[in-house]
Design a protein around this ligand. Structure first.
Ligand SMILES: *[C@@H]1O[C@H](CO)[C@@H](O)[C@H](O)[C@H]1NC(C)=O
Ligand SMILES: *[C@@H]1O[C@H](CO)[C@@H](O)[C@H](O)[C@H]1NC(C)=O
Ligand SMILES: *[C@@H]1O[C@H](CO)[C@@H](O)[C@H](O)[C@H]1NC(C)=O
Ligand SMILES: *[C@@H]1O[C@H](CO)[C@@H](O)[C@H](O)[C@H]1NC(C)=O
Ligand SMILES: *[C@@H]1O[C@H](CO)[C@@H](O)[C@H](O)[C@H]1NC(C)=O
Ligand SMILES: *[C@@H]1O[C@H](CO)[C@@H](O)[C@H](O)[C@H]1NC(C)=O
Ligand SMILES: *[C@@H]1O[C@H](CO)[C@@H](O)[C@H](O)[C@H]1NC(C)=O
Ligand SMILES: *[C@@H]1O[C@H](CO)[C@@H](O)[C@H](O)[C@H]1NC(C)=O
Length: 410
């Protein structure tokens, strides 16, 4: 889409305002001609009528800092500035600043996204799943005409501005998403460039563009695999394997959430967060596990918020014989010990939080869920009984961004 030159203005700034001998008339005429913006490539081009000394170009958009770059020149003497990280759909001012025979010329191209306001796509998001698929989705804008037909284009290392092949339709037949099954060979540095525009018989539809999507950050992993729980008289040893993931990342970039639920009688729900390691292991002292308990785990990339689904729940517990002669004493002792451990756990959170600053959005949700509860230092809250709701982890008193390792608590 080669952009319309909505409005080109230029300013001439005379360096020495007076006193110099009269200059030839052409000195006051801007040497910049044919200024054009390709809004899809985010590329500004122009040519000169005279030689210039200094030159630079700048983009101003409503929601970002302005960016200045040095122009490149092509073989046919066209000058080019590209702004791959800028978002143009809210409009932009592009300025070329050159010095020619000691005179500074500024020429501004004002770009406006054509089409009826509010008819473009909104709420765009994408996620990679099952290692090799990607789905993107959006919603029609509030002022979208009934016959709107959105089109999604994407560019990557493998594809240059290809249109979506498998559109996903909403209930009214409007295109509201795209399914990709050909993502090409993965590379950790992959960036995807998306654009949603559209057509309608009623009106032009404004396009929607974005800063590049970093592919590693939009992958939703499969649940952790091959979970085993063994018992060695003092500990339950829980092991699991990393899921298969699309990009070649160090295991430390994976972030696990463990849920360990012990029976209702003991009313304990334990949530633990830990970084990926080789192998993944969590030790559960048998003092904290008195009978049949449940374990499940989920995983995400350290720097996104897309959790995998939970792994299937695994049951474990102390072998029967350990309870056959159960006395009141040891039971009370164990309960007291777990309360102590939990209290200690609770106290550690503030320290851990500093080491792993929470991601604001996640924290907000959790904070909401926690609102009705009292201070975190009360061990009774740590031990509150919460039922597992499929897909929805119970709201725990622990911040999800906190990392608690067994080594730190026992
Ligand atoms: C620009 O300068 C080059 C040499 O630096 C010269 O060959 C060329 O003719 C000049 N062009 C104009 C338009 O003055
Ligand atoms: C572009 O320049 C015009 C005129 O100076 C100004 O009103 C407008 O806000 C600018 N737009 C952006 C995106 O900076
Ligand atoms: C244009 O470039 C000149 C020379 O580098 C610089 O002094 C001036 O501040 C620039 N003007 C703008 C508006 O960027
Ligand atoms: C877009 O998302 C926002 C925030 O999640 C929501 O309030 C709004 O209703 C959504 N708009 C459409 C058209 O789905
Ligand atoms: C992705 O889209 C396809 C096609 O509509 C659908 O079958 C699949 O369930 C979607 N997957 C996810 C994870 O959204
Ligand atoms: C939408 O974008 C594509 C790719 O840049 C372009 O070929 C097409 O002409 C655009 N459609 C409209 C209606 O602007
Ligand atoms: C699961 O783990 C066990 C024990 O570590 C191992 O023998 C087995 O090969 C693993 N299975 C898979 C599918 O990785
Ligand atoms: C059980 O395994 C853990 C971790 O390897 C170890 O620290 C502990 O000493 C073992 N306990 C017994 C009784 O072997």
């Amino acid at each position: 889409m080669v952009a319309v030159l909505d409005l080109v203005t230029f300013l001439v700034v005379l360096k020495s305002a007076c006193c110099a001998q009269p200059r030839p008339a052409q000195d006051k005429i801007s040497p910049i001609i044919n200024m054009q913006l390709d809004s899809r490539k985010k590329m500004l081009t122009w040519t000169y009528t005279r030689n210039v000394s200094h030159q630079e170009c700048t983009i101003d958009t409503p929601t970002a800092y302005s960016a200045t770059v040095n122009p490149q020149v092509t073989e046919d003497h066209t000058y080019v500035c590209t702004f791959p990280n800028s978002v143009l759909h809210r409009g932009a001012n592009l300025t070329v600043n050159v010095t020619c025979d000691g005179v500074v010329f500024l020429q501004v191209l004002t770009f406006a996204n054509p089409g009826r306001e509010g008819s473009g796509a909104v709420n765009f998001s994408c996620l990679i799943y099952n290692v090799r698929f990607m789905n993107c989705s959006w919603a029609p804008g509030p002022a979208a005409p009934a016959d709107v037909k959105y089109r999604l284009f994407w560019a990557s290392r493998h594809e240059a501005d290809a249109e979506c092949v498998h559109y996903i339709l909403g209930p009214t037949g409007t295109r509201v998403g795209c399914h990709f099954d050909q993502l090409g060979k993965p590379q950790r540095t992959d960036n995807y460039f998306f654009l949603v525009n559209g057509t309608s018989r009623e009106t032009a539809i404004p396009f929607l563009d974005f800063t590049p999507f970093k592919a590693v950050q939009i992958e939703k992993y499969n649940p952790p695999r091959n979970i085993t729980i063994t018992y060695n008289q003092s500990h339950h040893i829980i092991r699991w394997e990393h899921p298969e993931i699309r990009f070649d990342l160090s295991s430390h970039m994976l972030y696990y959430e463990l849920h360990i639920q012990t029976p209702a009688s003991s009313a304990e729900t334990n949530r633990v967060f830990q970084r990926g390691q080789d192998p993944n292991v969590y030790l559960m002292p048998s003092s904290t596990t008195r009978a049949k308990s449940a374990f499940r785990v989920r995983v995400r990339y350290m720097y996104n918020r897309l959790w995998s689904e939970w792994s299937p729940t695994q049951w474990f517990g102390l072998p029967e014989q350990d309870f056959s002669g159960a006395l009141v004493g040891p039971v009370v002792g164990t309960a007291a010990l777990s309360a102590l451990v939990l209290k200690f756990l609770c106290k550690r959170f503030s320290v851990r939080r500093k080491m792993f600053p929470p991601i604001p959005q996640v924290k907000k949700e959790i904070a909401k869920a926690l609102m009705p509860t009292a201070g975190v230092s009360d061990p009774s809250i740590c031990t509150q009984e919460v039922a597992w709701d499929e897909g929805h982890p119970p709201p725990g008193p622990q911040d999800p961004e906190d990392v608690v390792t067994l080594e730190a608590t026992c």
